[in-house]
Ligand binder design. Sequence first.
Ligand SMILES: C[S@@+](CC[C@H](N)C(=O)[O-])C[C@H]1O[C@@H](n2cnc3c(N)ncnc32)[C@H](O)[C@@H]1O
Length: 337
Amino acid sequence: MDRNVTPDAILQLGFGFWGAKTLLSAVELGVFTALADGPKPLPVLSAEFGLHPRSAVDFFDALVALGMLTRDDNGYANTPATAAYLDRNSPTYVGGILEMANARLYTHWGNLTEALRTGEPQNEAKGGGDDLFDALYSDPDRLQQFLRAMTGASLGPAYALAEAFPWKDYSSFLDVGCAQGAVPVALAKAHPHLTGAGFDLPAVEPIFTEYVTEHGVADRVTFAGGDFFTDDLPNADVVVMGRILHDWPFETKFELLGKAYDALPEGGALIVYETLIDDDRRENAFGLLMSLNMLIETQGGFDYTGKDCSGWMTLVGFTETRVQHLAGPVSMVVGIK
Ligand SMILES: C[S@@+](CC[C@H](N)C(=O)[O-])C[C@H]1O[C@@H](n2cnc3c(N)ncnc32)[C@H](O)[C@@H]1O
């Protein structure tokens, strides 16, 4: 046997859930928020979170070994990344998506094999025939958690999008399925000449308005409540659809692209951002796993490649399309009408 061929990578991947759950529990407990003002020793942290003496030292040391905390004579401390992104009071907090992963997805993914066999969602909608949003939005706490989760996942792409597109050539935008408003806020903050709106189901309005107001851009960013299946989209120079199309089957994706096209003037742009799968479908593992997440979460949703999306845009009538990386595993497809 070739000694250079080891099972290490296999075992590391197979036990990846140990590390993932350790991080998710740390976010749930608020470990990184508790360390925002500086290091704390083990007894202080253990008491603060009510941890059993059997668990505490292994838990915090595991977080050190996983690169999520540091440890020295003063105790445990955040790394620069966990300080910026996992302290709940940081404006760049991305933990909302991990809170949702912990509270919902971690359990739902336990039924992946069933989803692979049946093609049926394994979340709150399991067996009920509801779509994801009916299931989520029937409970106000879940709604709040989901919308905050979207902000966690969208902040990086939102700020990248504010830089990666020639916004100076346009004056208005519409973010379709805007959730809490991460993209509208990032665009309005970076480009004072822009006005825009977030379009989403009416139940989202109070959470959107609070977020936009908190960020000081409520004078230029409004909320348009509606249902993108029954209502036309308001007109704008640029329409953004971030992680919308992957929620739906092919026919619905196509219908939504058509609605975006209709909302634009000649020369207007549609920006679709998503964890786009690479065209060869062998590299962007996160994009492919996101598509499996759509299997768990939706009735018929799936992720797709930049080439797929460009092709659909062309069929709908867009004359020019391009694919561009935004942040992490997220890229955008731009179509010009
Ligand atoms: C996966 S989230 C994406 C949120 C955000 N664009 C992002 O990238 O983080 C999908 C969004 O679509 C909205 N949505 C779902 N069904 C809708 C409908 N029928 N009409 C309008 N918005 C809808 C949801 O409320 C949610 O905010």
